[in-house]
Design a protein around this ligand. Structure first.
Ligand SMILES: C[S@@+](CC[C@H](N)C(=O)[O-])C[C@H]1O[C@@H](n2cnc3c(N)ncnc32)[C@H](O)[C@@H]1O
Length: 335
């Protein structure tokens, strides 16, 4: 799936284009979550009211959602029917990017005026929805990081019994590892209670509670735990930037080596700060990812900054795989 350019440098966007896209972004996230995108996927045309009824949605509220989707070509409307529009397939593929922004980061962007003011930037000065971010990242990872992740798993030069996932989010990675490697156990660590609860719930749903445990912990400064010595494989996806700025990343990654003395491979996948794109040609997702982290005051390293840190942390770069979307993403294989 290639990505249609959303911004063509030099092309004139109207205020209405921008406004309608903003509304449509919410509608895309919602249409995924309520099941409308799945219903439309592969359909030729559907009766909008019947679709709303099937999904348990208010018909008038649904009309608002479909109108927003139609305003940007995700669907087309004709009388009472709704059909996949010219950019349906692409948007449906990348719906998790919209969900991450509109559902996961809505609190941050809603409070942007307050977040921008210097005097407010102390304590918990912004709010994001950790459960929504976990929901979006589970699917986002499936088409972005997972192919590179599984290729790296296939290259592991050893068998393992215990894997730990830092920033485990929904727990999906550990569930998939446990399913693919029978007899292994998993340990999920996440700073957020909603993520720990989600992992625990999803692990139970997958019938893996006897093999996977989730704990609330800050991966940047892990306190010792007896179970860490059993871990041979460490994974960390879409949170590596939280280790930064540089000085902190060096310290945290050194601490990880001490806390997990028997880890033989550390698979670290993340999106980095893009370099060299013109402002009107920023790829899908990266603008949200970078601006959100700027607003939060969270340092976002470039790929080159990552390369420059490994030696000092004691982790050796044994391999890597670049990822096309999100742009500037990579899976590092560290040992
Ligand atoms: C973008 S989500 C990615 C979730 C998951 N790794 C995946 O691949 O789908 C980032 C996760 O890292 C967690 N996180 C952020 N900072 C953390 C830290 N310092 N220690 C542990 N977890 C952290 C967040 O709570 C969130 O669940």
């Amino acid at each position: 799936m290639s990505i249609t350019e959303v911004a063509i440098p030099g092309a004139k966007l109207t205020s209405a284009d921008i406004y309608n896209s903003a509304v449509a972004s919410w509608a895309i996230a919602a249409a995924w979550e309520v099941g409308a995108l799945d219903e439309l996927n592969g359909a030729s045309s559907l009766d909008a009211e019947e679709l709303a009824e099937k999904l348990g949605l208010d018909p008038v509220a649904s009309r608002g959602m479909f109108q927003a989707l139609a305003s940007v070509g995700v669907v087309t409307r004709d009388g009472g029917t709704v059909s996949p529009g010219p950019i349906f397939d692409e948007v449906n593929t990348y719906r998790s990017y919209f969900h991450w922004l509109s559902r996961g980061c809505s609190g941050l962007y809603t409070e942007m005026p307050s977040v921008l003011r210097k005097e407010n930037r102390v304590g918990s000065f912004y709010h994001r929805d950790g459960a929504a971010i976990g929901y979006a990242c589970r699917e986002l990872s499936s088409f972005s990081f997972d192919p590179a992740f599984w290729a790296a798993m296939d290259r592991l030069p050893f068998d393992f019994k215990v894997a730990a996932d830092l920033g485990c989010g929904s727990g999906e990675r550990l569930i998939q590892i446990a399913n693919r490697y029978p007899g292994t156990r998993g340990l999920g660590l996440d700073i957020g209670l909603p993520a720990v609860e989600m992992t625990t719930r999803e692990v139970a749903r997958a019938g893996l509670s006897d093999r996977i445990t989730a704990l609330q912990a800050d991966a940047r400064d892990l306190a010792p735990h007896s179970v860490f010595a059993e871990v041979e494989l460490l994974t960390c996806f879409m949170m590596g930037h939280d280790f930064w700025p540089r000085e902190n990343a060096v310290k945290s990654m050194r601490t990880l080596r001490e806390r997990f003395p028997n880890v033989r491979r550390f698979l670290l996948g993340d999106t980095t700060r893009t370099v060299g794109y013109p402002d009107r040609g920023i790829p899908l997702f990266n603008l949200g990812f970078e601006s959100a982290h700027d607003l939060m005051g969270q340092y976002m390293p470039t790929l080159d900054e990552w390369y420059g840190v490994f030696e000092e942390t004691g982790w050796k770069l044994a391999g890597e795989q670049r990822i096309e979307s999100p742009a500037a993403s990579v899976v590092f294989e560290l040992e």
